[in-house]
Design a binder for this molecule. Structure first.
Ligand code: ATP
Length: 308
């Protein structure tokens, strides 16, 4: 196994009676990743996270954290370097952020000074001084979510698992949580984050795993994901081979495919410019279509394809 693997599953499965909530999942989270784990409601996201946290046990397969199998004794030590927010963190509404953090530090046996705790708050974008007098009961959902992350950070984890951290957030809360994740990631924290909405994660993830009906249908990198969201122009024209050469030279096209009478161009080229040029050359087009496959389209197709 490579050294830089933080979390890995090997044909991991979880069945509830005969129902396979998770079915032979092979996934790998590398050091430095913000791994987005996307799937529709009931896809098995929480099941995988609960397995990773040791809250439930696999029915089949296995997983490792920092290279230690869930069946080895060392898993307890490996879990110490891991923190997870599976459900909403229990917060005391009548206390302020620092007092809540202190309470949780006591609960998990972490000793930290007020200064250190305030530093954690600042690190998740909660201005410790400015919110000193504010009770958590008056926090927005985004603030509570970031306080939850602050609590998860008490043990200085290297790997943080978040189950649907963007759920129910307003646009500002969403931006704040996203920035917090990016900031911590820059400081060396690896993330595994689930969501049922791909667009929540596609801007921050280094990699995305698509889960559908308990199966990991695809695992792709950020770059691959953004390649998908490119514009595609297809045209049907006689003498496609020669026309393609003309277009390639004139528009300096990087990717152009020819299939019989069809030319497919992958570029952000303006369709009107293309048409103008073709007509200026006295060529006749039989048909032209232009579409931008969004990441969401891709996701929907994957989910359909992956459905049992
Ligand atoms: P959501 O986004 O709705 O939380 P999810 O992707 O997190 O969905 P899971 O909670 O992992 O999905 O559930 C996967 C499937 O397993 C669902 O069909 C769910 O009903 C089922 N399931 C989960 N826990 C149990 C359980 N304890 N007993 C029986 N079935 C369960």
């Amino acid at each position: 196994m490579e050294d830089n693997v933080v979390f890995q599953t090997y044909a991991l499965g979880k069945a509830y009676k005969k129902f396979k909530a998770l079915d032979a999942v092979d996934m790998t989270v590398y050091e430095g990743d913000i791994y987005g784990f996307v799937g529709e409601n009931g896809a098995g996201k929480t099941t995988l996270i609960r397995l990773a946290c040791g809250l439930i046990h696999p029915s089949s397969g296995d997983y490792s954290i920092f290279g230690v199998s869930s069946r080895q004794d060392g898993i307890i030590e490996a879990r110490r370097k891991t923190a997870a927010i599976v459900e909403a963190v229990a917060l005391c509404r009548s206390l302020n952020a620092l007092e809540n953090l202190k309470l949780h530090a006591k609960l998990v046996g972490v000793i930290k000074s007020d200064e250190e705790l305030n530093e954690i708050l600042n690190n998740v974008g909660l201005d410790a001084k400015a919110i000193e007098k504010k009770k958590v009961g008056n926090f927005s959902l985004g603030m509570r979510q970031r306080l939850g992350i602050a609590i998860a950070l008490l043990s200085n984890p290297k790997f943080v698992i978040l189950d649907e951290p963007m759920n129910g957030l307003d646009p500002q809360g969403f931006i704040d949580v996203r920035e917090t994740i990016l900031r911590l990631n820059k400081q060396g924290v690896t993330f595994l984050i689930s969501s049922h909405i791909l667009s929540e994660l596609d801007k921050i993830c280094t990699r995305v795993g698509f889960l559908s009906h308990g199966q990991l249908v695809k695992e792709i990198s950020f770059d691959e994901l953004h390649q998908i969201a490119r514009k595609k122009i297809s045209l049907r024209i006689k003498d496609a081979d020669n026309v393609a050469i003309l277009l390639k030279d004139h528009f300096n096209l990087k990717e152009i495919k020819i299939d019989g009478d069809f030319i497919t161009i992958y570029d952000t080229l303006d369709v009107n410019e293309l048409l103008k040029y073709i007509f200026s050359k006295g060529l006749n087009i039989e048909s032209i279509t232009s579409n931008e496959e969004t990441i969401e389209d891709f996701y929907q197709q994957l989910i359909k394809g992956g459905a049992r």
